[in-house]
Structure formats: structure tokens, C-alpha cells
Design a protein around this ligand. Structure first.
Ligand code: URA
Length: 415
């Protein structure tokens, strides 16, 4: 494919020194990295250079395209329903995808959802789904398409045939401090969404202490960059900007978040999660908000989720006892030292505490501890009495619990 071998260290140096990489150079790196012919350490160094130097729109587009072309795109029968999806730029306590995918499938839409694992301090849909015993996130295209035809939804990860470049690069970025780069986020998200061959896409772009983009303006630039890529591919795409200064809902941690998503699918759950799900869903759904809300309340969305779990070999009988299936041996409370209102519930510290408890990875091969995390979180603006529980910490061991408690006490302010 390439007439000449390229000298990878020179390409890293070029980006390090502020140069622009050509379409051929980007394709060369991504194609050979995917085949295992460029080692992880060189691509990690390149990712760090991109983090510091950024990429032009043209480079970002070529990176997205190269990552998309590292695998196959889904193709559908000509008379199939509209294909829709949602993706978030990363959240603490983010569990909307788990609810949105089955909910949108109730609307006679097809939802071919390709998600990622936890990234840095943010949680990932795949890790949460894997809390369900047996759940398979690695369906091949034929099986995924069959499931789409039968129940209108699948929830999978990047695989050897779909976005394999993102699968590898995502895992490297997670543990090398290179996540919050606009170009790398655009290419990661949009390569997956373009591989789904969608008609409509809604993005949830986050800003604030727990987001990769700390400032609203940076988040807008990220959203706009994804719109440009989507529109170039004739995708109907929009984004919703939301703050991420406190966790979404009242839980952080894989099994705890899955249990909370199940509450929402069963017509309950915290209002901020329910409202965000509906705000995002109406941007791509045919049905109006009231109908979507009804499907959450009358068990329709729940039944669709159960059908998805069964179709992907998960044990649906475990769903309603998720916090028993994955129960941390050490559970401690943090209590209010005085009465007042919650003024701060810092998402970044809470996300980092969950990561250190074992809910995320510190090296690429780490296993995730599904049981650990934080539950019963108070929300900003809530009134609390002195000695009332502000949150519960779920840990594998006393030592990790103590460290998390120190960090989490700093996460809260009462005024
Ligand atoms: N989600 C992704 O899929 N990739 C990113 O880089 C960030 C969020």
C-alpha cells in the first residue's frame, strides 16, 4: 500500500516540533499500529505529542478516517429503520447509554451502539455491561446485525473487525495521560460512530471538573469539531453541552452505576439521570418526550434491556441483584460535620477516588474491580443535617478505603 517505509521516530519528532502530519503519514501510522508493526511506546509518544501540539482540522479528519478504515463499517438492508445513537465525551457516574440504547430501540429505531471502556477517571459502558455475568461485548458483525434485526439494538465494543485502531489507541490513552486531546477524542468517538453507518447521532459533550474539557469554551470547540466530521459524512448530528462538576446520579463505580441505570429502566432512579436521558433521546427519536418517558415507566424499556442482555448471553436473572452479585467487603460512610446545603461534590476527586479503589485501570492490563465505588451521593443544593450520610464508599480492603476516604472528604463542601 505504501511505496516507502516511513521512519516513525521522525514522524513523532515532526509532531513534537509542531509540524502537521500528512494523510499518508497518519494512515501509515494507524494501519501499521493496528497490525502490531508499530510498538505501543511509539504511539504513546505520538499521542503525547498530539496532546501538546494539537492537530489541524485536516489532520483530525485524516486520523478519524484512518481509524475508521482500520476495520469494517456496518451495512444494512435498504428498507431498514433509521439507525440512531448517542455518545458521551466522558462522565463521572455516566450511565445514560445503558438506558438510552434500549429506550431508543422501543421507538422502532435501530441502535447499533459501539462504546468504550473506562477512560482515565471516567467510567465506560463496556465495563458496566460486563458486570452482568456472561454478557458478551465482542459480537461479530453477522451476529450483531442479526440481533439488530430481531430486537433493534446491540451494545458492543471495538473489536478486531470494528475500529480495531481505536480499541488499541483507547487502551493506551487511558493509562498514558493523553486522553484530554481534542483531536484524539474526535477521532476516537467519530471513528466508532461512523463505523455504525448512522442516520442520526446525538453527542453529550461535558465540561467541568470531572470532564476532559474543564472549560465550557473548550467543550464547544470539541463539539463543533465532531459536528464538522459528522456533517462531512452526511450524518444528522447535534450535541448537548452539560456541566460535569458533580457526578451524574448518586453512584460512581461499575456495578453501582449499572444498578442505578436499572432503577431508571424500571421507572425510578435519580431525576438528573432521567432528565438527561430524555433530553438526549428526543434529539434522535421519532417519538415525543412524553412517550419516551412512558416507556421508562411502563416497563417497555426495561423489557428491551432484558432482551438485549439475553441476546448477548448475559444472565438476566442477576440484573436486579447487581449490588449483591458484586458486593465490596468494606463499606464506610462519610457523614456531614454540620448542617447546611451541599455547595460542592467535586466530580474529579470522586472519579479519581473510584479509580484508585480499583474501578478503573492504572496499566493497560489491569482487571477492573466491579464492586468498588461510591454510592448514596448527595447532590449540590441538597439540605443536610449534621451527621447525615453524604456518601458510602465501597472498597476491596481497609487500606484502599482509608485512602479514598481522605480524598473524598475533600470533595465535599457544605455551606
Ligand atoms: N469516548 C470515546 O469513545 N473516546 C474518547 O476519547 C472519549 C470518550
Amino acid at each position: 500500500m505504501f511505496l516507502n517505509q516511513m521512519h516513525v521516530p521522525s514522524l513523532i519528532e515532526k509532531k513534537r516540533d509542531g509540524g502537521d502530519l500528512s494523510a499518508d503519514e497518519i494512515s501509515y501510522i494507524i494501519a501499521n499500529f493496528t497490525r502490531g508493526e508499530i510498538p505501543d511506546y511509539q504511539v504513546s509518544a505520538l499521542a503525547m505529542a498530539i496532546f501538546f501540539r494539537g492537530m489541524t482540522d485536516a489532520e483530525t479528519w485524516h486520523l478519524t478516517k484512518a481509524m475508521l478504515e482500520s476495520g469494517h463499517r456496518f451495512t444494512y438492508p435498504p428498507d431498514s429503520p433509521p439507525k440512531v445513537d448517542k455518545h458521551s465525551t466522558g462522565a463521572i457516574g455516566g450511565k445514560t447509554s445503558l438506558v438510552l440504547a434500549p429506550l431508543l430501540a422501543c421507538d422502532e429505531l435501530w441502535v447499533p451502539m459501539i462504546s468504550g471502556r473506562g477512560l482515565d477517571i471516567t467510567g465506560g459502558t463496556l465495563d458496566k455491561l460486563e458486570c452482568i455475568p456472561g454478557f458478551d461485548v465482542n459480537l461479530d458483525r453477522a451476529r450483531a446485525l442479526k440481533q439488530l434485526k430481531r430486537i433493534g439494538v446491540f451494545m458492543i465494543g471495538q473489536t478486531a473487525e470494528i475500529c480495531p485502531a481505536d480499541k488499541k489507541l483507547y487502551a493506551l490513552r487511558d493509562v498514558t495521560g493523553t486522553v484530554p486531546s481534542r483531536a484524539l477524542i474526535v477521532a476516537s468517538i467519530m471513528s466508532k460512530k461512523l463505523a455504525e453507518s448512522l442516520d442520526r447521532l446525538v453527542l453529550n459533550v461535558r465540561f467541568g471538573s470531572g470532564a476532559f474539557m474543564k472549560e465550557r469554551r473548550e467543550a464547544e470547540l470539541l463539539g463543533d469539531a465532531m459536528l464538522r466530521v459528522g456533517e462531512a459524512m452526511s450524518l444528522q448530528i447535534s450535541y448537548l453541552l452539560t456541566p460535569m462538576n458533580e457526578p451524574l446520579g448518586r453512584t460512581v463505580g461499575n456495578a453501582l452505576e449499572l444498578a442505578e441505570a436499572i432503577d431508571v429502566l424500571r421507572g425510578a432512579g435519580p431525576p438528573d439521570v432521567v432528565n438527561l436521558v430524555l433530553d438526549l433521546a428526543i434529539r434522535v427519536a421519532n417519538a415525543p418526550r412524553a412517550q419516551l418517558q412512558k416507556w421508562l415507566q411502563d416497563g417497555t424499556a426495561w423489557q428491551k434491556f432484558v432482551a438485549t442482555v439475553e441476546a448477548q448471553d448475559g444472565d438476566a436473572s442477576a440484573l436486579e441483584r447487581m449490588t449483591q452479585v458484586h458486593r465490596a467487603p468494606v463499606i464506610r460512610e462519610i457523614k456531614a460535620e454540620r448542617s447546611g446545603r451541599i455547595a460542592k461534590m467535586d466530580a474529579q476527586r470522586i472519579g479519581r477516588a473510584s479509580l484508585l479503589l480499583g474501578g478503573g485501570r492504572q496499566t493497560a492490563n489491569d482487571a477492573i474491580d466491579f464492586a468498588v465505588g461510591i454510592s448514596d451521593l448527595k447532590k449540590i443544593g441538597e439540605a443536610v443535617e449534621s451527621n447525615e450520610v453524604l456518601m458510602r464508599v465501597h472498597a476491596r480492603a481497609e487500606k484502599s478505603c482509608e485512602r479514598a476516604l481522605l480524598m473524598l472528604k475533600e470533595a465535599v463542601a457544605i455551606e
